[in-house]
Design a protein around this ligand. Structure first.
Ligand SMILES: C[S@@+](CC[C@H](N)C(=O)[O-])C[C@H]1O[C@@H](n2cnc3c(N)ncnc32)[C@H](O)[C@@H]1O
Length: 270
């Protein structure tokens, strides 16, 4: 089994995505999506950004490596009555079923960053984008003090070192690496731009309950707990994550969590 696929089919990312819908729609609203635009949403999950893109009238193909999320996205699109939003299983490292230059816009929000072989991923995103089209990526930033970078940092301290040759997904959050990867795919440096943006996690529960949701449904956190359990350290991990979520919670309402997380928004003009 492909470990990248296994990681994301583990648990149920829809449970995390439910708290990210508002930010997903708000981001899409800034992308100039218009009726009839051909959009590829890569690493689409259950459609947090794909569905808002389709609601703006784009023809959307959502591609994701996890079959359970493709199924969940398909059900969400059907429930919304969207016939212009199709979800399909595929791997960002090799989009061989998609023809060159098929899309006006390729969007990948915290998606393609998790695929291995980042140089292949950049090449594939560029290849399927039409000349004159755009690629927009959202990537978590290593060492950033906000939520997701800190979850991944804390979790990594409880997991065994990755296999030799493993390239951290977080390198997609460093401008020089992003530039190098797209330059290798033939994109001129001046056609790549960066800005810091923010996503909000909203949950109708306490920060500690939100930690439990990550523990039970978010593949990377589930793996960290599995590893911590083997070393008798799962309580320590739980406490560290709870302290993080409590410290970052901006909500003043009981049993409600609101946490902002910073990411790097990358725009590539093809
Ligand atoms: C953090 S989730 C983000 C999902 C979605 N973009 C969102 O904003 O809700 C990461 C997604 O990337 C997908 N993914 C990871 N590796 C992938 C790959 N090699 N090809 C396609 N999708 C991949 C996962 O299955 C998962 O749905």
């Amino acid at each position: 089994m492909n470990p990248n696929k296994a990681l994301w089919e583990k648990g149920d990312f829809t449970r995390i995505a439910e708290g990210m819908r508002e930010s997903g729609a708000a981001l899409v609203a800034q992308l100039g999506v218009t009726k009839g635009l051909d959009v590829l949403d890569l690493g689409c999950g259950d459609g947090t950004t794909a569905i808002p893109e389709a609601k703006l009238g784009a023809n959307v193909l959502g591609v994701d490596i996890a079959s359970n999320l493709v199924e969940a996205g398909t059900m969400r699109a059907a429930a919304e009555g969207l016939t212009n939003c199709i979800f399909r299983e595929g791997d960002a490292t090799d989009l061989n079923e998609l023809k060159d230059g098929s899309f006006d816009l390729v969007v990948s929000i915290f998606g393609a960053m998790f695929a291995p072989k980042p140089f292949d991923v950049a090449k594939e995103m560029v290849r399927v984008t039409r000349p004159g089209g755009r690629i927009v990526m959202g990537n978590w930033i290593p060492g950033d003090p906000t939520l997701v970078a800190q979850i991944l940092k804390i979790s990594s301290a409880y997991t065994p070192p990755p296999p030799e040759g493993f390239i951290s997904p977080m390198l997609w959050g460093i401008e020089d690496h992003v530039t190098e990867r797209f330059a290798n795919a033939g994109v001129a440096k001046e056609n790549i731009s960066f800005l810091k943006d923010s996503f909000t996690f909203n949950a109708p529960c306490s920060p500690a309950e939100l930690v439990s949701t990550f523990k039970n449904f978010y593949g990377p956190t589930m793996n960290a707990f599995d590893a911590a359990e083997k070393n008798g350290k799962s309580l320590e991990l739980q406490q560290e994550l709870e302290a993080l979520f409590i410290a970052q919670n901006q909500s003043t309402i009981h049993d409600t969590t609101i946490i902002h997380a910073t990411f790097l928004r990358v725009t590539v003009m093809r």
